[in-house]
Design a protein around this ligand. Structure first.
Ligand code: HGY
Ligand code: MN
Ligand code: MN
Length: 394
């Protein structure tokens, strides 16, 4: 799978609804078909690969993650969760386990949001958090409409039966690399994920005046770039906290006309803001507008919220299944929150949900050096198989 969209020595570039994303989906569907799974897709391209052994009926147990990546991300982020779910279903099938309910391997569309913001679009549409219509006219940096890229993606898997958006599910479990260094530093093999911290995305537009770099006095300028720099420094100062809980990132920064000898007229930059406590996240997010307007003067400033993920706590019943499975397999486990967001954060409002973490070497992720040892990948898949069997038979 990592050879599709390979980037650098060991990374991948498989952005949502790109040709590489389509190729990865085709390969996944090929493997699923060889297993005899039924292939479904909903209108935003979420793929559901259903294992429905004789005697199983009713709402399925869902397990999966995403296969879209950052522009040059790691080969494990998301994809591991989809393939581990496929492995778990393969093992359940091979063991002949009697299941009361089906199990769906799920590949959610556009979890990363790097090509078409915001992230987690597939799981937000599936759970009714946002509507598909809201996203169709979003364009990527090349001006391609999401509606067109999604259409090509749906057409590329004709064998997928169309299913309704948001069918009921008995439970959802996602295994994922931790993307941080907590497990590695604690010397533990499995993370029993208790919940996910909140996250807010914003898009800030700064409007100044394009003027000649040589003839325009400094006091007469409305320099959009220098205003943006003042804003970012003012926000960083405001968000500083001794406990280092706040996560403040400006990941994308565009300036126009982007010429060495013209005063920048327009800047657009993104803000990714996270915090484990809802009230604190809301307080910090609520201060962005006023700080940006003040620091941005004399340029015009608009701040648009593009993504809101409230902090979630997973259902004790599911986290207990994860802890029990790790214990039964003799794997040292640690209860911990997730710093990264995942599709599970939206599924948590739809059905009982939980997550399993495996260690990330040196806590590196969203980078080609992302790495998890095979033994840890296998351990996570075995815990997942135990939990899925439990949920599909209880
Ligand atoms: O940004 C995130 O937390 C996730 O990895 N997409
Ligand atoms: Mn991910
Ligand atoms: Mn990611």
């Amino acid at each position: 799978m990592a050879s599709i969209g390979a980037c650098g020595l060991s990374g991948v570039n498989r952005q949502a609804f790109s040709d590489e994303d389509v190729q990865a989906r085709k390969l996944l569907v090929k493997w699923a078909s060889e297993l005899g799974l039924r292939i479904f897709s909903d209108a935003i391209g979420n793929l559901f690969l259903r294992y429905e052994p004789k005697g199983s009926t009713g709402a399925p147990v869902l397990s999966g993650s995403h296969m879209d990546s950052q522009p040059c991300g790691g080969r494990f982020d998301g994809t591991y969760g989809v393939l581990a779910a496929l492995e778990a279903v393969t093992a359940l099938h091979a063991s002949g386990a009697q299941l009361r309910r089906p199990v769906d391997v799920v590949c959610w569309s556009n979890e990363e949001g790097s090509r078409f913001a915001p992230g987690a679009m597939g799981s937000m549409v599936f759970t009714g958090t946002r509507s598909l219509e809201e996203f169709l006219d979003i364009r990527d940096r090349a001006g391609i409409y999401l509606r067109d890229a999604l259409g090509q993606t749906l057409d590329a898997i004709p064998q997928a039966q169309r299913c309704p958006i948001g069918f009921s599910a008995y439970a959802y479990v996602e295994v994922h690399i931790e993307q941080g260094a907590v497990l590695e530093q604690a010397g533990k093999r499995i993370g029993v994920v208790t919940g996910i911290q909140g996250c807010r995305w914003f898009e800030v537009e700064v409007t100044g005046e394009a003027r000649h770099a040589g003839t325009t006095p400094m006091r007469a300028r409305k320099d959009a770039l220098q205003s943006a720099v003042r804003m970012i420094l003012a926000l960083r100062e405001h968000f500083a906290d001794a406990q280092d809980h706040v996560r403040f990132t400006v990941g994308r920064f565009d300036t126009l006309p982007n010429s060495p000898n013209t005063v920048p007229e327009h800047v657009r930059f993104t803000i990714d803001l996270r915090h484990p406590e809802d009230a604190e996240l809301a307080r910090l997010a609520g201060s962005i507008c006023s700080i940006a307007q003040t620091a941005g003067a004399p340029c015009g400033v608009t701040v648009r919220a593009t993504f809101v993920c409230d902090p979630v706590q997973f259902r004790k019943r599911i986290t207990q299944h994860v802890a029990d499975a790790a214990g039964a397999l003799g794997l040292e486990a640690l209860h911990m929150p997730s710093g990264a967001f995942h599709d599970a954060m939206f599924l948590a409002a739809h059905c009982p949900t939980g997550m399993i973490f495996v260690p990330s070497a040196r806590g590196i992720s969203h980078h080609p050096d992302e790495y998890t040892a095979s033994a840890d990948l296998a351990a996570g898949a075995r815990v997942l198989a135990e939990v899925l069997q439990k949920l599909a038979t209880e």
